[in-house]
Design a protein around this ligand. Structure first.
Ligand SMILES: [Mn+2]
Length: 316
């Protein structure tokens, strides 16, 4: 439940006329589904609204973005909202400098750094999609079928299709309510969780072949730029590799380490009691207890070493 104050902040957004909604960089299904759901409801009220993002949208996620891969700004806003963005840095190259101009940040990360003028946060929610569902419900703002579909996709994305530990009774209740809008879930779940291009499947095979296991409980998946280029893998697509980490029986902590333009991008997962948000925070990152991320400067080998000693430190 949101406080009266949080709900009135949320309602303020609907008194504006030209609303820009910013998704986080390397956009995933949660940020895109949530941003586009909010955009859809605003447009349905006759508002001018748009979703922008610093990075390109992965092909498979264009099912959430009206087929758009580039989300550029098209007008001058009188209100800026972010959804699922925990830190100013996550606004990406195009928007990290305007963090102080963000009017409302809607989020589900406890680690949100409060960069915006107003923060609407529920850290107990599985996803930004779930946060928005309950905000709409409590504010008495009706959804459209399209918005329901987008929110469902957002929640499904962040819960691994309702499999992860962040899936609560409230998460299923939100999904159950969204299903009543008559949305079709079979096709979207196939797109989000099952299907991949042949190139991607071959890429995944190579990533699996390069998997490293330490102390029989730490799993690393290093991914070079060269591999990404050879299989024509987009940045956002590589986010999906994290699910491989949970497949390794006996693994306590897993990490994908991906070469990017500046730093090595790290995505951490915990399958036991270890708090990977704390590990990520040591390197200036953040996230959740069981899923977190950070960027570390250096070569892949150097970063592997740094990260491994931080993980070993946290396990003992
Ligand atoms: Mn999220």
């Amino acid at each position: 439940m949101f406080s009266e104050n949080q709900i009135s902040l949320f309602k303020e957004i609907f008194t504006k006329d030209n609303i820009r909604i910013i998704a986080h960089r390397s956009p995933d299904g949660d940020t895109l589904g949530s941003c586009f759901a909010l955009c859809e409801v605003l447009k349905n009220m006759g508002k001018t609204a748009e979703v922008v993002c610093s990075d390109r949208v992965a092909d498979k996620l264009t099912v959430l973005t009206d087929c758009e891969t580039e989300l550029f700004p098209t007008f001058t806003p009188d209100c800026i909202v972010t959804v699922d963005v925990a830190t100013a840095d996550l606004l990406g190259k195009a928007y990290c400098d305007i963090a102080a101009e963000v009017d409302y940040a809607i989020d589900h990360h406890y680690t949100n750094t409060n960069f915006a003028k107003n923060l609407i946060l529920d850290g107990d929610c599985s996803s930004a999609g779930e946060v928005l569902f309950y905000l709409f419900k409590q504010a008495g703002i009706p959804l459209t079928e399209k918005a329901a579909f987008l929110l469902y996709a957002a929640i499904a994305s962040d819960t691994g299709c309702f499999k992860f530990a962040n899936t609560m009774p409230e998460t299923h209740e939100a999904a159950a309510n969204l299903l009543r809008y008559g949305i079709e879930i079979e096709k979207i779940n196939k797109i989000l969780f099952d299907e991949a291009t042949v190139d991607y499947i071959r890429f995944e095979c190579e990533v699996i072949n390069n998997m490293k296991i330490y102390d029989e409980k730490i799993v690393f998946l290093p991914v070079t730029k060269e591999m990404m280029e050879r299989y024509n893998i987009q940045d956002g697509e590589a986010n999906g590799l994290s699910y491989l980490l949970r497949r390794v029986k006996g693994s306590l902590i897993g990490a994908t380490l991906r070469e990017s333009d500046e730093k090595i991008r790290i995505s951490l997962r915990s399958f036991g009691e270890e708090n990977v948000a704390e590990i990520a925070a040591k390197f200036g990152g953040g996230g959740h207890v069981k899923a977190a991320g950070c960027g570390i400067a250096g070569t892949l080998e150097e970063v592997e070493e740094k990260l491994l000693s931080a993980i070993r430190e946290s396990i003992k």
